[in-house]
Design a protein around this ligand. Structure first.
Ligand code: GDP
Ligand code: MG
Length: 179
């Protein structure tokens, strides 16, 4: 009899304002690449990466937005079935941090998670290499995360590849924690 009924594929979705570095983070994590200029993603809705968590090999299916986050709601199909939702802001842009709340609400409404109160979110403050232009203090962001259901918080640089792996390991763990 099979004893391991745990999922092997986890759907991760990355949300946040346009320009915060969502595509860059995913590209750094999956392909170890960073470029300054981004073409809008054409065709590819997600990238897959295999990781080992707790001695289990699983696949992370990481869904990115192709620029449409600027204009419209992404629609239920994009959100549905997600195992973890990553909310990204830019540490040099306060507005992108303030908008996390509405991204979180958008996800809860559109994604219809089974238990919205315990659904795993992870918050990433990206562009930590631009410390001299910082507008969002680490402690301030941590406090927000704490009072919003104790969300895990990371600061990363997709450019320098700082903390990107650590953040995605936590994302993988959060995704698999419910199963
Ligand atoms: P998205 O719209 O959220 O997908 O953002 P992109 O990944 O397209 O990145 C927007 C811009 O920010 C691009 O010019 C990237 O090169 C730049 N960028 C992304 N991540 C970083 C980072 O960690 N540090 C710096 N300095 N620039 C970044
Ligand atoms: Mg993008």
């Amino acid at each position: 009899m099979s004893t391991n009924k745990r999922k092997q594929l986890y759907k991760i979705i990355i949300l946040g304002d346009s320009g915060v570095g969502k595509t860059s983070l995913m590209n750094q994590y999956v392909n170890q690449r960073f470029t300054q200029q981004y073409r809008a993603t054409v065709g590819a809705d997600f990238m897959a990466k295999e990781v080992t968590i707790d001695d289990r090999m699983v696949t992370l299916q990481i869904w990115d937005t192709a620029g449409q986050e600027r204009f419209q709601s992404l629609g239920g199909a994009f959100y549905r079935g997600a195992d973890c939702c990553v909310l990204v802001y830019d540490i040099t842009n306060k507005k992108t941090f303030e908008n996390l709340e509405s991204w979180k609400e958008e996800f809860k409404q559109q994604g219809c998670p089974k238990d919205p109160d315990t659904f795993p979110f992870v918050v990433i403050g990206n562009k930590s290499d631009k410390a001299s232009e910082r507008k969002v203090e680490t402690e301030f962001a941590q406090q927000w995360c704490k009072s919003n259901g104790d969300i895990k918080h990371f600061e990363t640089s997709a450019k320098d590849d700082t903390n990107v792996n650590a953040a995605f390991m936590a994302i993988a763990k959060a995704a698999s924690s419910q199963f």
